[in-house]
Design a binder for this molecule. Structure first.
Ligand code: HEC
Length: 488
């Protein structure tokens, strides 16, 4: 396209064409489109090539749904759970968007496994594609990081305890382990600083890196070209090239529609649930990670003592290094899988081991009656929580807001409430946890003397739940009662 206006162009009455020409002269969009759409595929388009574009599509879907969730989310231990339950129970389509986002992460892991499996089976990392492979390895690590950091954000029981297990592992790193763990958690314990660190990683740092490495990955892919079918020479393809557009574009679009439809159906049929707000003191809770981290979780169960360093840190690091080095180690141009028994065999072995560990984890849970009972209880708690209507945070609901209440009796009562660890079961501000119900509205249920009598000699439900009789001075009992009775 030249800048000279030919008489024909000048005479053209079509405003659309004129606008396209105007843009093209200033941006070169035409040649960019040509670059993007006329990419030659040796041997032509096919369904085998959909996984990469499917991943890109799901990533865009995660960005869009993630932005919607971020419009509401508050990264703070005091408010995160309330706001997620608000998204799930009150916001229009909130549960749907959250489910698409949560199931989308599983979808990405599945597509990643297929994409990597295909690259290994087809030997399409060969022939000057080392940087393409390495950028892919980094993308894999970043995606696993996204899955890990996102899991904590709802701050329900399973999120809290699974992330506690994950961050405990960091302490196993030699020499700097405990320092590193503190850095990740923002302190010794998990709390608001942990949430805000995970949040910053999840919405700023990791997505920025992801976008940069996706760009690099696509660039290296375009530079090396599609590898084509398994019999094709990866450096100098012999099959006639067929342009990417239109057949591959249509195939990729159909695959994207299938992906979003499956996600939407799952999101509607089985909305992603939210458990009760976490209670760090609940020692009975059995944490379980998402299904794709289950094999790693099971693997860690087998390790103890010095083995957790070797099995939990060193072995995975060595495996990751070997994985990243595959195109440097396997340099022959042979691509047919049956002629490459070592790489393909090692991959299949890993796949079998990983799947067996995952199956073993679910089987162990199922077989142990104590564990399966506790898991059922946890599911039950989650179901009950999901059925309850949304309870907004009230001024009295948070301990710090209660401090604003001018009544000194109430203030002292709050101190007694905390000193006697009532909040370990009933939650801060008596909002309730999985271990014990809320104390809000208790003022309508009991008078002062009734409440004090009840605390002196708890009823059968309370003792069954682990609550012990409280024996304090009469003044203290009155202050505690004053605090409890103003909770609403
Ligand atoms: C080990 C856990 C635990 C601790 C600690 C605990 N409670 Fe409870 N509490 C329970 C359970 C379980 C119940 C019974 C039913 C429910 O609300 O879930 C209960 C019930 C109550 C009730 C009656 C609620 C009602 O609606 O009838 C009050 C009042 C109460 N607790 C106050 C306290 C106070 C004050 C403290 C601190 C001194 C405290 N609890 C510490 C577990 C605990």
């Amino acid at each position: 396209m030249t800048d000279k206006i030919t008489p024909k162009q000048a005479a053209s009455p079509n405003a659309g064409t004129r606008l396209v020409n105007w843009l093209d002269q200033r941006t070169g969009v035409h040649s960019l489109l040509h670059e993007a759409l006329d990419e030659p595929i040796p041997g032509g388009a096919g369904w085998a090539y959909v996984f990469g574009s499917g991943l890109l599509f799901l990533f865009v879907s995660q960005v869009i749904t993630g932005i919607c969730l971020a419009l509401y989310y508050v990264p703070s231990a005091d408010h995160a759970h309330t706001i997620v339950s608000y998204i799930v129970k009150e916001v229009t389509a909130g549960s749907f968007i959250r489910s698409i986002h949560a199931y989308g992460s599983s979808g990405i892991i599945i597509l990643l496994a297929l994409h990597i499996g295909q690259t290994i089976l087809y030997g399409s990392y060969k022939g000057r594609r080392e940087l393409l492979w390495l950028s892919g390895c980094i993308l894999l690590a970043l995606m696993l990081g996204m899955a890990f950091t996102g899991y904590l954000l709802p701050w329900d029981e399973k999120a809290y305890f699974a992330s506690a297990v994950g961050t405990n592992l960091i302490a196993e790193v030699p020499f700097i382990g405990s320092l590193l763990q503190k850095l990740v958690r923002g302190g010794d314990q998990m709390g608001t600083l942990t949430i805000s660190r995970f949040y910053v990683l999840h919405v700023f740092i990791l997505p920025a890196l992801l976008i940069a490495f996706i760009a690099a990955h696509v660039f290296f892919f375009r530079k090396a070209g599609a590898a084509g079918p398994i019999k094709e020479d990866p450096v100098h393809p012999k099959l006639p090239p067929v342009p990417f557009y239109p057949r591959q574009v249509v195939i990729d679009a159909v695959f994207a529609i299938v992906l979003i439809s499956v996600l939407a159906i799952v999101a509607i049929k089985i909305p992603m649930d939210l458990g009760p707000r976490t209670n760090p003191a609940d020692t009975a809770f059995l944490p379980r990670p998402e299904w794709y981290y289950r094999p790693a979780f099971q693997w860690l169960k087998y390790l103890s003592g010095s083995w957790s360093l070797i099995g939990g840190i060193i072995l995975p690091a060595v495996l990751a290094l070997i994985f990243a080095a595959v195109p440097f180690l396997d340099r022959r141009l042979e691509r047919r899988p049956w002629r490459r028994p070592i790489v393909v065999g090692a991959f299949l072995l890993f796949l079998i081991a990983y799947t067996s560990l995952g199956v073993a984890s679910y089987r162990d849970d199922y077989r142990d009656p104590g564990v399966s009972a506790q898991m059922r209880k946890q599911d039950e708690d989650t179901k009950n929580f999901m059925q309850k209507p949304f309870v907004p945070e009230t001024a009295a609901g948070s301990a710090s807001a209660a401090l604003v209440a001018a009544d000194p009796k109430v203030l002292k009562g709050l101190a007694i409430f905390q000193a006697n660890s009532c909040n370990s079961c009933h939650g801060d501000g008596g909002v309730g946890t999985a271990a014990a119900g809320p104390l809000t509205g208790i003022g309508q249920k009991y008078t002062d003397p009734q409440l004090i009598a009840l605390l002196h000699s708890p009823n059968i439900q309370m003792t069954a739940g682990g609550m012990t009789p409280l024996d304090l001075k009469q003044d203290d009992m009155e202050e505690l009662s004053a605090y409890l009775r103003q909770l609403h």
